[in-house]
Design a protein around this ligand. Structure first.
Ligand SMILES: [Zn+2]
Length: 481
């Protein structure tokens, strides 16, 4: 059987909108993409179809063209957006979990979620003063093809879709420098009177990594509305946590231009961290406390989401205008706002839990990258922004570290190496601290990388875990009214 016939079989037997009567039509639609000739027989249907298209000169032999074609083919196996939405909400009536199970499976089966690429990521836990932190080295994003970058530079910018979080990506063909989305589907739902989309992240950082996006392309803003939306989402999807990146650049995420939240099914280290001091906000039915966590975090717990919104708004409004020179905290300098929060909501039985992480976006002559950002001495491990996922204790470290840390290992064993100079101060300290052997070196480097990540998070904390810092935290709490 030819690869095209084989693929038509798969489509007709799959869970989508096509039936036996569509066989001839499907055969021709696939020939339109891959060409009429050279249809070899193979079980690895997809890659043979892509090779066929290259041989028949239907596409160029490069990464972008192959991805675009792959997703066009996978689109045949995927029901129309309206059908996916119908089935999702049908299943939801029975059980929200069944609905997300269906959509998550679909998003993996049709190659939208890059399962194979994600499997390359390195991931392990390290015990620290703040419990086990999760370290991942992100190897899933494909290396950019220099030819594609050069070609993309010459392309006319259409401004469509406006960004990768826009709903207009659903079914978008893709182009050089912009991902293919023919097989992409988005679930629509109502959130506080607005239509929102729910989808998974194609390069997931954890289990069922979900994205909730406004169907209007508008900037991220943290306010009472945000707290309300987050708690609403945990009502609609009780099995998922959901959080928002802060709405300022250094302490926020990389996509501030499009209103969105991230969530999913994962118990992050921060969620397991205990409250060490209870605080009284004078809001009935709300339990509040300071969490034993490197970033300054206030945990709010209640069975009544309205009360949590009230408490979160109180903290946020006060923090926006709060300065304490003694610990370098300034709400405004030269009329520029520095204060915001990273809020994260999840459910625990009948309780709603809302963690409010205080953030300060200032820079200084001493800390040009950010006063509450990884300082220079830890930037050899992490210099990128500390966004939502890392705030919760899961490090997303750059791919370069895989080879770099291997070279550090060789240096520690006094073997010939090509260690980057910026790791030397750290590596020399490790040499003083341990006796390295080829058996223990990898383990120690992993552990010490985790300890550096703990320091990275401490740098992002506005109230440090020393006497002065905690007294300043209590002073801020004492002034909440
Ligand atoms: Zn957008």
């Amino acid at each position: 059987m030819s690869c095209v016939d084989n693929f038509v079989d798969q489509i007709i037997n799959g869970d989508n909108d096509y039936q036996e009567l569509d066989r001839v039509y499907l055969y021709n639609r696939i020939c339109a993409l891959v060409g009429d000739d050279n249809h070899q027989d193979s079980t690895d249907v997809k890659s043979v179809l892509i090779q066929t298209a290259i041989i028949n000169n239907k596409i160029e032999d490069n990464q972008t063209a192959k991805e675009i074609l792959n997703d066009q083919l996978m689109d045949f196996l995927t029901p129309l957006p309206s059908k996916v939405n119908d089935k999702f909400w049908d299943l939801y009536q029975d059980d929200p979990q069944k609905a997300t199970d269906y959509f998550y499976q679909l998003s993996q089966d049709n190659d939208y979620i890059k399962v194979k690429a994600i499997a390359k990521n390195i991931s392990y836990d390290v015990a620290t003063d703040y419990g086990n932190l999760e370290i991942t080295i992100n190897l899933s994003k494909p290396e950019k093809d220099p030819k594609a970058i050069a070609a993309a530079g010459k392309q006319k910018q259409t401004g469509y879709p406006k960004c990768q979080l826009c709903l207009e990506n659903e079914g978008y063909l893709g182009r050089l420098g912009y991902p293919a989305r023919s097989n992409h589907r988005v679930i629509r739902f109502m959130l506080s009177g607005e239509t929102w989309g729910f989808q998974y992240s194609p390069y997931a950082y954890f289990s069922e990594h979900a994205i909730f996006l406004n169907t209007v392309h508008q900037p991220m803003i943290i306010n009472q509305h945000t707290f309300n939306n987050l708690l609403e989402i945990t009502k609609i999807f009780p099995q998922y946590f959901v959080g928002s990146n802060a709405d300022l650049p250094i302490v926020g995420g990389s996509m501030l231009s499009h209103d969105h939240y991230q969530g999913g099914k994962h118990d992050f280290p921060m969620m397991k961290a205990p409250i060490v001091r209870n605080i009284n906000l004078n809001i009935p039915d709300v339990k509040a406390g300071i969490v034993k966590w490197p970033l300054s975090t206030i945990r709010l717990i209640s069975q009544d989401p309205e009360k949590l919104i009230q408490a979160a708004t109180l903290i946020h409004e006060n923090w926006k205008n709060y300065s304490d020179e003694s610990v370098d905290i300034r709400a405004y300098t030269d009329g520029i706002r520095h204060h915001t929060v990273t809020p994260i909501a999840h459910r625990d039985g009948a309780n709603y839990i809302l963690d409010i992480v205080l953030r300060d976006n200032q820079t200084s002559t001493r800390y040009p990258d950010g006063i509450f950002h990884p300082h220079q001495d830890v930037q050899h491990i992490k210099k990128e922004n500390i966004g939502l996922i890392e705030v919760m204790g899961r490090a997303i470290l750059p791919a370069r570290l895989k080879t770099e840390l291997h070279e550090v290992g060789k240096y520690l064993l006094n073997e010939p190496n090509q260690m980057e100079a910026y790791h030397k101060v750290w590596a020399d300290k490790l040499k003083d601290k341990y006796d390295f052997t080829s058996d223990n070196v990898d383990k120690i480097v992993d552990k010490e990388t985790g300890l550096v990540f703990a320091r990275v998070l401490e740098d992002a904390g506005v109230f440090k875990w020393d006497k002065q810092g905690q007294a300043a935290f209590d002073k801020f709490i004492g002034g909440l009214h």
